[in-house]
Design a protein around this ligand. Sequence first.
Ligand code: GCB
Length: 610
Amino acid sequence: MKTLLAAFWIFIGALAGLPAVADELRPAFLLTGAQQRDGQDLSGQWTYSKDLYRTGLTDINGWVAKSRMQRYRDLDVAAIEARGGVDFFEFHLDRGPIINVPGAWNAAAPELRYYDGLIWFQRKFNAQALGGKRAFLRFEAVNYRAWVYLNGKEIGRHEGGFTPFVLEVTEALRSGQNRLVVGVDSSHDAQSIPTSITDWDLYGGITRPVRFITTPTTFIDDAMVQLRPDGRIAGEVRLQGPHAANQVVSVAIGALATARATTDAHGRARFELAAPRGLERWSPEKPTLYEVRFAAAGDAVRDRVGFRTIAVKGNQILLNGKPIWLRGISLHEEEFGPNPARNMTETASRALLHEIKHGLGANYVRLSHYPHSETTVRLADEMGLLVWSEIPVYWTVDWDNPAVLRKALAMQAETIYRDRNRASVIMWSVGNETPVSPSRTRFHSAMADNVRQLDPSRLVSAALLVKQDGDALAIDDPLVGKLDVLAVNIYAGWYGSDTLDAVAKLKWKVPADRPLILSEFGADALAGYRNDGMKKFTEEYQAEYYRQTLAMADAIPTLRGMSPWILKDFRSPRREHPVFQNGWNRKGIVSELGVRKQAFGVLADYYRGK
Ligand code: GCB
């Protein structure tokens, strides 16, 4: 019923263009500026207990007497065991194996490499009496489903492996020691997003940081500011708490400007001001960020924000009013090294983005196929890289299922609320390579409408499939009407029995009045496999594939950028050629260890000439 109601409101909202729809998707808490708030980083050593048969979540007809398998109970198992008697347990999280959080479990122990299911994690932490304050837990990402318990009480659940969620724990918290237990289920199915078949490793676990946070009773939950296309600065602040209404909010943009506004009955204040003289526009060449301070009701948060505009005019993409060509590359969230585990520390993210910006000479990165870590997006702001952001509506999804659409809309909303202060993010993509059908197009259209309501300031795109008829290539997809930028993935010259001669002959038939980007093209090469003729998987073949594809791209008059597939080799359980792949997709232009292949030089040379 709840789902039906949600679908109803989304539908009504889509008709009327009401901001209320976007509000309906707003997570209960956002806790903007969470990293700087009072509290504790709960990174570090946790213990865990595997639960392949999911007994910790069930109590089958009372068989599991006294819930001897339910790890989330607030029990001192050691003390109960020491007392003797009839109680016994088939878990003991206090004595469980140790795992580092954040990080996927797949790289933590050999037996977990291919574990796909439920694992319980525990971490104890101390807290002081709240003395009238409120307390929250903020998870930056748990892949894929989470059940969160504090001191034996369920405090919330979340689905979706790449977006943050915040749970209030004011009532469940104890002064002194607290027992936090999180059940994490990595399994995907036909109704999950993504489904169980992708071309990347579905790393499981608490993959990004967890923070315990305290706030005043009334606090700033959300604070947004941006440069609008009309050159004015506009923003919004939301308070939560008993005194959220009728509060004066003040905003300071560096030392350049200030604004004030008063919250309405819902704790919301909108403000607007002329862009101050001397405001430098953010760009990849000069990624100027200003410290913005929001204050209200005795609470204050800061953010570092860049100001820029992004628009499409005819077949051009305009950054700060000027045409821009997106020299990009695609990126999966995997650090360099032989055993990546999606542990995106600042050092790891910086190394990847540095190679993109300074090694390749790029100004743009496609963060595929899901929202990357907050650290990475913030570094893109700081280092000057434009970002394509996407959620994993990928290949196939249960298009006709309203509950799945609802999940996609919520995931998109969580991403937008997280990143809407990031100048680097210029484009929200609503899908990747989804075969055209009426129900799929309806699904994506609802997503595109939703994105425009949540954030009208950025561009909307999707990585589409290209239609090939002989040597003719076209985009035959009704979704194009919903997009600002057309984007296509193309693998001519790689898959099937294609040879490189085929690439040069291709002729594009694309709309003359729309900007086009190549969201993907690529070929596998095993680093170091050379001098074996022009065989597939050699570095020479991949390099020549890049030369040919780039020459073909130059003949597309409306081409405004590209993000070839992909910066580095990444793990994919689909790729099991025992000589060349061994569980890795080898389309990286650098190896998993960071060694550049020949194609890297070809692309870097091309970008130098752009
Ligand atoms: C694609 C997918 C990407 C794959 C890639 C490939 O079109 O979008 O996720 O990894 O092709 O390597 O085939």
